[in-house]
Design a protein around this ligand. Structure first.
Ligand SMILES: [Zn+2]
Length: 279
């Protein structure tokens, strides 16, 4: 089935000038953050974000939490407050928003597992988010990864190759590969295709349990095609990282890529459904 139900190609003197595409199924954005610095949901602002998403055909947004609110290594109480805010937003728009449980693996194993169980089994969150508190080669992540496999939820982990250097415990795609080696049964989403590049794709290619999201830096021509060629379209999943990026710039990476309509549909909708276990 084709992804697009309507492809309108406007031509001026024989040259293609614009392509307007309407997806025939709601797009799922697997990587978003609530506008930073809020202690409570702002219903008006949230409604504006969802209206803007809707104009681009994005019908469901995974909320990974305001990860920068308390710095790189939040306390157990601060982690809980981040996840409580996610829960409050999901309750406002349960048809559109999907919660991810943000964790700091520097917290005790007991704290992390209790928070996972609270978020996933009690609140209905569908994924785990890990950022830069601890490099993912650390075995302190192991209980989290094992429990995620038991719960059947994916772990979306920050990764980046930066020419400007990394934060002390920031993970690279090579670190994600190490994590995947240790936990082949856990679904892992490596964040930021555009921050990891072809080198990052090479790192994770041998590990079928690792997908990559399409977020990250500015668009790079050919990178989506490289991801599809090296991983298969079933391992590439649409994510924007809003509000750092916009829907338009990341959708352009998918609609502008020379890939099949079936592969576009996988990236924009079907892969996220499979990862999140939703219809
Ligand atoms: Zn992010």
């Amino acid at each position: 089935m084709a992804l697009v139900s309507t492809d309108v190609i406007r031509r001026t003197k024989g040259h293609r000038t614009a392509v307007i595409m309407t997806p025939d199924a709601p797009i799922i954005d697997i990587h978003t953050h609530y506008p930073f610095g809020k202690a409570e949901p702002d219903p008006d602002q949230l409604a504006r974000i969802l209206a803007r998403a809707g104009r681009f055909g994005v019908g469901r947004l995974c909320i990974l939490g305001d990860v920068i609110r308390f710095g790189y290594a939040p306390t157990a109480d601060e982690v809980r407050r981040i996840n409580d805010l996610t829960d409050a937003m999901v309750r406002l728009h349960p048809e559109s928003l999907i919660g991810f449980c943000f964790l700091n693996p520097l917290q005790s194993k007991g704290n992390c597992l209790r928070e996972m169980d609270r978020c996933v089994t009690k609140l209905g969150f569908r994924g785990i988010k890990l950022w830069v508190a601890l490099n993912c080669r650390s075995h302190r992540l192991d209980p989290i990864m094992a429990r995620a496999a038991e719960l059947g939820v994916p772990v979306l982990h920050h990764a980046w190759y930066s020419a400007l250097g990394h934060e002390a415990d920031e993970s690279t795609p090579a670190d994600i590969a190490d994590l995947a080696t240790r936990f082949p049964q856990t679904k892992i989403i490596m964040a930021h295709l555009a921050g990891c590049g072809i080198r990052g794709l090479c790192d994770i290619a041998p590990f079928p349990n690792v997908s990559v999201d399409t977020a990250g830096a500015g668009p790079v021509a050919g990178l989506t095609e490289e991801a599809v060629a090296r991983l298969g379209a079933h391992r590439v999943v649409f994510g924007t990282d809003i509000p750092m990026r916009d829907f338009s710039s990341v959708l352009g990476r998918i609609y502008g890529a020379r890939i099949t309509a079936a592969d576009r549909r996988r990236i924009l909708t079907l892969n996220a459904r499979a990862l999140l276990g939703i219809r």
